[in-house]
Ligand binder design. Structure first.
Ligand code: OXD
Ligand code: MN
Length: 591
């Protein structure tokens, strides 16, 4: 090994160094950089990224520490058709995943990786998912040829020495290999090898495909670990609601991509709720394990937000706006002449001219959007004014409620509570949402997205439902389960519910239900609030009648809904737990 490959002392784990040498031999980088996660390293890497044109510094007076990145226009979202679960049999991956034979996929990817890093640097990026010392935390090492990935991993994870310390001499770490290759959709694969605890991602440089700690490890691989070890790895936000008397209630929530999950995780209570606070623990992923007291405890494995930018403003998400004021990497938004960023839905009106996400001149008359609909900000969670102090607690936070939701123009009421855990699992298993720009594909169609995990569950979804059902046995005090829909419209096409900070009213009812302080009526779908139980005070243009409309159950729409569920159930038939089918029967009987 030449001196450029000399290993720093902190890399004393022989399993890591041996594997890096193997991968280097295959990919043949010019250099290896062993990352330590220090501030000096970040500064040097940032300077290098700027000199290479990968990052453009933004106006440092306005946005200190902020940088701008444009992706390849062919590489702007997760690509589910290129995402593979490589289990020994297709049945294990299930019909909702793309399966590939592990040996065949390995051969194909090794051929693509051979010599792929010539002329490039291989960065060794050790990272820790979860608070140091947490029994739930896991270590990964990503080997990548992208500086953008290294800098983003530095924001999204506990990166560097802290991960190596947690790992010690253990060989138990997730191995992740990433090469951009030539960023060609024809050679784009995001492959998961659960049995080898291995991830290989090639041909992309888009966050969801390449920040391997996130969707790939913390959801697709971790869902396997959760199943085998009796815990849950979920596509969920975690928030804490603090009452004026200081009581805190922690809630997890699953919403399909781009349903306003980050907004909800950072909700600012409206004036009506003086003295109430909402704290963010996480905005995307929750790892949840039963504690000794019989409750479910959750950690956020991440340390940053990789959120959708368009539509974010001081009304929809003031805390996210604060997050983006410093030390943030923006990708694919628009660049203004004064070195700031702009996007559709920002508070300020469009600039007279700017450069769009492709780098082309844009004016308000342009037909195309200035920012890509899936443009992102990547910001450290410590920028969030409402970051929960418990976020680094190795024990996690006790979860009192789980909320499922989707983007539905009709059918789904504003809020209802499942009758019990099994019913709640059915409610989560059947969520549907109208598709958005977060993934490649058609926009606006209802897609079944069980527990918002359709693109992220690394094994057979039928078995995943069974695992959820079985978890009831080990959680003595299970969280209450709710379903919400902020997006229902009236006959005139107007949103029924004002949403945004007013979602606090729904949250308040949920918190009160968990604490045994609010009544509910038994309805067709579950327990629902009556107008007396639901705080409507000071809500402009939303009254008890509007609430009734937002809460109404249209039996015809529900007949259609139940029939649509069949599509998923038939697909999963051979693995579908009978409890799910019984719950559907019970619902049909109630209808
Ligand atoms: C995400 C997603 O980027 O869910 O978080 O697509
Ligand atoms: Mn997500």
């Amino acid at each position: 090994m030449n001196t450029a490959f000399a290993v720093p002392a902190i890399y004393h784990n022989a399993h890591v160094t041996r594997w890096v040498a193997e991968v280097a031999q295959l990919c043949r980088p010019d250099r290896i950089q062993w990352c330590d996660g220090s501030a000096a390293e970040k500064e040097a890497l940032t300077a290098e990224a700027v000199s290479l044109g990968i990052l453009i510094p933004l106006n440092q007076q306005k946005r200190p520490g902020c940088y701008y990145h444009r992706s390849n226009p062919n590489d702007v979202a997760r690509v589910e058709q290129c995402t593979f679960i490589c289990t020994p049999t297709p049945d294990e991956a299930g019909p909702t995943n793309n399966w590939a034979d592990p040996a065949e996929m390995s051969t194909k990817l090794n051929a693509l990786l051979a010599g792929a890093m010539q002329g490039r640097t291989l960065y060794v990026v050790p990272f820790l998912m979860g608070p140091p010392g947490s029994p739930l935390a896991r270590v990964g090492v990503e080997l990548t040829d992208s500086i953008y990935v290294v800098l983003s991993m530095g924001i999204m994870t506990r990166m560097g020495c802290v991960a190596l310390e947690q790992l010690g001499d253990s060989e138990r770490f997730t191995r992740g290999i990433h090469s951009m290759l030539d960023v060609n959709p024809e050679r784009r694969y995001i492959a998961h090898f659960p049995n080898e605890n291995l991830l290989i991602s090639v041909g992309s440089n888009y966050g969801g495909n390449v920040l391997l700690g996130k969707k790939c490890m913390a959801l697709r691989l971790a869902s396997h670990w959760g199943r085998d070890e009796g815990w849950l790895a979920e596509h969920m936000l975690i928030l804490g609601v603090e009452s004026p008397t200081g009581d805190k209630t922690f809630i997890a929530g699953a919403f399909p991509s781009a349903c306003g999950k980050t907004n909800f995780a950072m909700l600012n209570p409206p004036a009506r709720f003086a003295g109430w606070k909402v704290w963010t623990v996480g905005d995307d992923i929750a790892w949840m394990k039963p504690g000794a007291d019989g409750r479910l405890y959750a950690i956020n494995p991440e340390t940053g937000y990789f959120g959708v930018v368009p539509g974010t403003n001081y009304k929809s998400n003031p805390n996210a706006m604060e997050c983006m004021r410093k030390d943030t990497i923006f990708t694919n938004v628009a660049l203004t002449p004064d070195g700031d960023v702009w996007w559709e839905g920002k508070d300020e009106p469009p600039p007279a001219e700017c450069l769009d996400w492709r780098g082309q001149r844009w004016t308000p008359d342009s037909k195309e959007k200035a920012a890509h609909p899936n443009s992102r900000f990547c910001a450290p969670m410590t920028n969030n004014p409402m970051l929960a102090p418990e976020v680094n607690d190795p024990a996690g936070v006790p979860i009192s409620a789980i909320i499922f939701g989707g983007r539905r123009t009709n059918t789904m009421p504003l809020v209802y509570q499942a009758f019990n855990w099994v019913h709640g699992v059915y409610v989560g298993a059947t969520i549907g949402s109208e598709t958005t720009a977060a993934a490649v594909g058609a926009v606006g169609q209802v897609r079944r997205d069980p527990m918002a995990m359709l693109p992220f569950c690394g094994y057979n979804m039928g078995d995943y439902f069974r695992h959820w059902l079985q978890m009831r046995r080990v959680i003595k005090s299970p969280p209450r389960i709710f379903h919400v829909n902020w997006f229902r419209k009236d006959a005139a096409g107007k949103f029924l519910w004002p949403g945004y900070s007013e979602n606090m009213r729904v949250l308040k009812w949920i918190v009160d239900r968990c604490r045994g302080e609010a009544n509910a009526n038994e309805a067709l779908l579950g327990w629902v609030p009556s107008a007396q139980d639901f705080d409507l005070d000071g809500l402009d243009g939303f009254n008890a009648e509007r609430l009734e409309q937002a809460q109404s159950t249209d039996v015809e729409e529900w007949r259609r809904e139940v029939l649509q569920q069949d599509e998923l159930f038939i697909k999963l038939y051979s693995h579908l737990p009978k409890e799910i089918i019984f719950q559907r029967e019970l619902l049909i009987a109630r209808l």
